[in-house]
Design a protein around this ligand. Structure first.
Ligand code: KIV
Ligand code: ZN
Length: 379
């Protein structure tokens, strides 16, 4: 199958860090950036240099450390932000400034108290200004999720004419459903000019729990770059979780979309970000939650013991994880108990098994999970 190659843009260090209480130390930022680079992300958004001296320094240090990825810094649509971003990026192998402005009528009227025409002119002027100050300019049309699609086409044409190489159409407030977001990206992609000069990027937030689905919809609609964070950290309900997007593209090969990511770093990166942000990953979180590959009910355990493919669509070893354990609980069946006793090399007369199983159930009704030690005393 002819695969379409898309770029992965990581914003754990910028949008991810905007999650309440998720601020990172410089050392943690460098550790994470190094691992993201090794994993093969195409762009690392390292920070928002004008926001604080600490963030400025973090961007400069990430630039020195990163070997392959493009390093990006955020700016609002004003000269001072752009100048700071550009100075922080001087040591980058490839330096990108992402700058932008609100594009929904809500933002235009209630945040900037102005008109679409003024916003278009400002966007043109600032993209042209930034184009001289770094290798690549990415423009973000903030709140594109709620913006008028024809205005987004106009904005895309304007900023590409001014020199933008990437146009990011973020669902800033996590407002769209996958079908709406698909239609939006497809509409802008079909109706914009100068397609060969710039690509579209998708950046989704998770306010309605649809960030990953929306990101995939955006890629299917023609975007060639997707943005997200490790563990889905970020403002409010967070950003699209990169590990979910990457695994979806691997598992659903039929979508015909490939990335340059080596997924074996995912588990390690997830724990690194969890620790660095003191932000525990929920147990049932897709891909990286501690229960994401665990089986506990009798029906599923029996199926997995017969053939893992009965209840597993992902081999956790490809993301650097371990083969899942079969947890023993009051919902477990005979097959899982027998399997565990066998792996513990505990011998007993076969006619005793029903008795052992019944005692196991009595204990499991009192205790959520049965450990090996519990089984030894029970035997
Ligand atoms: O969600 C958003 O709109 C953003 C932009 C700064 C890209 O994070
Ligand atoms: Zn965002």
């Amino acid at each position: 199958m002819n695969m379409k190659q898309v770029k992965i843009f990581d914003t754990t260090l910028r949008d991810g860090e905007q999650g309440p209480g998720c601020q990172l130390t410089l050392n943690y930022k460098l550790e994470i950036a190094e691992k993201l680079d090794a994993m093969g992300v195409d762009v690392i958004e390292a920070g928002f240099p004008i926001s604080s001296p600490g963030d400025f320094k973090a961007v400069t240090e990430v630039c020195k450390l990163v070997k392959k990825a493009t390093v990006c810094a955020l700016a609002r649509a004003n000269r001072k932000d752009i100048e700071q971003a550009s100075s922080a990026l001087v040591k980058a192998k490839v330096a990108r400034i992402q700058l932008g402005i609100g594009t929904s009528d809500i933002h235009i009227k209630h945040k900037f108290n102005t008109t679409r025409e003024v916003i278009l002119a400002k966007a043109y002027e600032m993209v042209a200004y930034a184009s001289d100050k770094c290798d690549e300019v990415q423009f973000f049309a903030e709140d594109a999720g709620r913006a008028d699609n024809d205005f987004l086409v106009q904005m895309t044409n304007t900023v590409v004419e001014a020199g933008a190489k990437v146009v990011n159409l973020p669902d800033t407030n996590g407002f769209c459903t996958p079908f709406e977001y698909f239609e939006k990206i497809a509409y802008v992609n079909q109706n914009r000019r100068e397609k060969e000069n710039a690509i579209l990027s998708v950046h989704c937030h998770n306010d309605l729990g649809m960030a990953t689905a929306n990101s995939i919809a955006g890629l299917m609609a023609g975007a060639l770059q997707v943005e997200g964070t490790i563990n889905g950290v970020g403002e409010r309900a967070g950003n699209a979780a990169l590990e979910e997007i990457i695994l979806t593209l691997i598992v659903k090969e039929n979508l015909g979309i490939a990335t340059g990511i080596d997924p074996k770093y995912i588990v390690e990166l997830s724990s690194m970000v969890e620790r660095a942000m003191s932000n525990p990953v929920q147990a049932n979180k897709a891909i990286v939650g501690k229960n994401a590959f665990a089986h506990s009910s009798g029906i599923h355990q029996d199926g997995v013991l017969k053939d893992r493919r009965n209840y597993e669509i992902i081999d956790p070893q490809i993301i650097g994880g371990k083969l899942p354990e079969l947890f023993l609980s009051a919902r477990s069946g005979r097959a899982a108990l027998k399997d565990r006793l066998k792996s513990m090399k505990i011998d007993f007369p076969a006619e005793h098994f029903e008795n052992i199983y019944n005692r196991f159930l009595v204990l499991a009704d009192q205790k959520r999970l049965i450990e090996d030690n519990d089984l030894r005393s029970l035997i």
